[in-house]
Design a protein around this ligand. Structure first.
Ligand SMILES: *[C@@H]1O[C@H](CO)[C@@H](O)[C@H](O)[C@H]1NC(C)=O
Ligand SMILES: *[C@@H]1O[C@H](CO)[C@@H](O)[C@H](O)[C@H]1NC(C)=O
Length: 527
């Protein structure tokens, strides 16, 4: 046996068997959105390749029987709970109002997980199953943390977006409704906010947090009790004890904010060098588009097919005027009035299209994963934000000079033609995009490897309580010393009031005394 072989074998054995490795990980990712799922899938597959065994709850299973140690529990029925016309939802509600309205949907999703027979089998009291780690999507179902409690294991949250306010709050991060990182607030742009806007955001944010920490948590607590029994800890405490949260918050393309060390940035790791091949037909269309092509997709949640006739008409009119080929991700068989230069596809390997050298512009809804893909292929964008963090993503993109923003509810053919032409003709967008790509790629480590390292770190140490910030234990008014400011302010106010009163009295007496003296003098003169 050669020495090389022995060394290689030793490395393999040590690699698989050193403490912390070969763990059994339960992943719970119920949210029916493909763009969320590809991020989680990137991590779970990488963990599998490291020799861990995974049980993954997902609405988008890979269904590949050759993947050993990778069991999927298919919850694709979640998509039935989340069919919405996002464009009209976004028009009607603010983000917070929408989330509050959606509480029953989130409860249904939570119950869908806890009542799933395959999962019940895992957690029932007689179950002999053991795990070493819970990975879960940190969005709005804290009840799944009972799985971590059940097996006495640490939990790591993961979000495909930057963290929501309740995640910031649960770990003791400052809540800063006046600052742009807050995509949760509506009407918050890149520019400096007025006093009134700040006040509105402040009230909205704290109103929502109050709702989440009381009413919403109560609902989740009740669901958890129903499945795990009455003797369960407060979900807010379980949430606070989550070891880490992986979030997508790369500094160059989001807004920088102060953060506790439990929040680990994993931006951009779903970007892959291996692209799914394009179909032969599509490849030919793109290759032949020597004038360049425009690619339009509103993502996986918003459907182009659900645009109103009027709005669709504006897009068609704009596209038909242009010398470019247009590839449109369109979910229906028929696009009424389809011009010759427009080709529709129901599904498309997006990264492969963005990688094509003939692409000029990407028209999209501003989703974070798509933004990262556009940057990784240096394709300038036109964003028509619809929901969630999309407005904030596009505001950032516009501020970086790599794209333009249009309003999806009022966009017309003239805006579209103008936006597309100016991006194609003005090469500053492309140049800024290339610069941004360099900036985003310049990192001390690979995001995915970093996430795998942190995951194994938590497994090795059975949690990460040493990363816990004590601010997370304080009530809201102590976190930013609001109580102290209030007391000091009150003390100063009281002191000032007393001083003013004393001064006033003194002045009054002095005047009286002066007048009085005057009279006395007069009297003296008379006599
Ligand atoms: C499956 O996971 C176990 C640990 O749970 C590990 O010992 C085994 O080597 C893994 N198998 C494969 C094929 O990776
Ligand atoms: C949270 O962590 C602390 C410190 O490790 C521990 O004392 C407490 O019991 C935990 N709470 C719950 C609900 O698990």
């Amino acid at each position: 046996m050669s020495r090389h072989f022995i060394t290689a074998t030793l490395i393999a054995i040590v690699g698989v068997l050193h403490p912390g490795c070969a763990a059994r990980i339960l992943g719970i990712f119920p949210f029916p959105s493909f763009s969320h799922q590809i991020v989680f899938r990137g991590l779970t597959l990488a963990l599998r390749e490291r020799g861990h065994e995974l049980v993954v709850v997902t609405p988008n299973p890979i269904n590949d029987p050759t993947l050993k140690n990778y069991t999927e529990i298919d919850v694709s029925f979640m998509y039935e709970h989340w069919r919405l016309d996002w464009i009209s939802v976004a028009k009607k509600y603010t983000y917070y109002d929408f989330i509050m309205q959606s509480t029953p949907t989130f409860s249904t999703i939570t119950e869908g997980i806890l009542s799933h027979p395959k999962l019940q089998k895992l957690y029932e009291p007689e179950s002999r199953e053991t795990f070493d780690l819970l990975l879960f999507e940190a969005l709005r179902w804290p009840a799944v943390l009972l799985f971590a409690k059940r097996y006495e294991i640490p939990a790591i949250g993961i979000t495909s977006l930057s963290p929501t306010n309740q995640v910031h709050y649960q770990f003791g991060n400052p809540i800063m409704p006046s600052q742009p990182p807050y995509w949760n607030s509506r009407g918050i742009g890149f520019e400096k906010l007025t006093f009134w806007q700040r006040l509105c955001n402040f009230v909205q944010t704290w109103r929502f947090l109050f709702y989440y920490r009381t009413t919403y948590m109560q609902t989740q607590q009740e669901i958890a009790r129903k499945y795990f029994g009455n003797d369960i800890p407060d979900l807010r405490d379980l949430e606070k004890n989550v070891s880490l949260v992986f979030t997508n918050q790369q500094a160059p393309i989001t807004f920088v904010r102060p953060s506790v060390p439990k929040i680990i940035d994993i931006g951009g790791f779903h970007i892959s060098d291996r692209h799914e091949p394009l179909s032969k037909d599509l490849r030919m269309i793109l290759d032949e588009a020597t004038q360049g092509f425009v690619y339009m997709s509103l993502g996986t949640n918003t459907k182009s097919a659900s645009l109103s006739n009027e709005m669709r008409g504006e897009f068609i009119a704009a596209f038909s005027e242009m010398p470019y080929t247009v590839i449109w991700k369109y979910e229906d068989d028929l696009l009424p009035g389809q011009p010759d230069n427009v080709h529709t596809v129901k599904w498309i390997p997006q990264q492969s299209v963005l990688a094509h050298p003939n692409i000029k512009v990407f028209i999209y809804q501003g989703g974070l994963q798509s933004t990262e893909e556009a940057i990784s292929h240096a394709v300038p964008v036109i964003g028509l934000p619809v929901l969630g963090d999309q407005t904030s993503n596009i505001d950032k993109i516009v501020s970086l000079g790599v794209g333009k923003k249009l309003d999806i509810s009022s966009v017309d053919r003239f805006d579209l033609v103008e936006a597309i032409q100016s991006i194609v003709r003005d090469d500053s967008y492309k140049r800024s995009m290339l610069k941004l790509r360099d900036l985003v790629r310049d990192k001390p480590y690979d995001s995915l490897e970093n996430a795998v390292w942190w995951t194994e770190y938590v497994i090795r140490h059975k949690g990460a309580p040493h990363l816990h910030s004590t601010t997370a234990d304080d009530p809201w008014y102590q976190r930013q010393d609001i109580d102290l400011i209030f007391i000091i302010y009150t003390a100063i106010l009281t002191a000032c009031t007393i001083a003013l009163r004393v001064l006033y009295k003194l002045l009054a007496y002095s005047i009286y005394f002066l007048k009085h003296q005057h009279l006395i003098r007069k009297k003296e003169k008379v006599y």
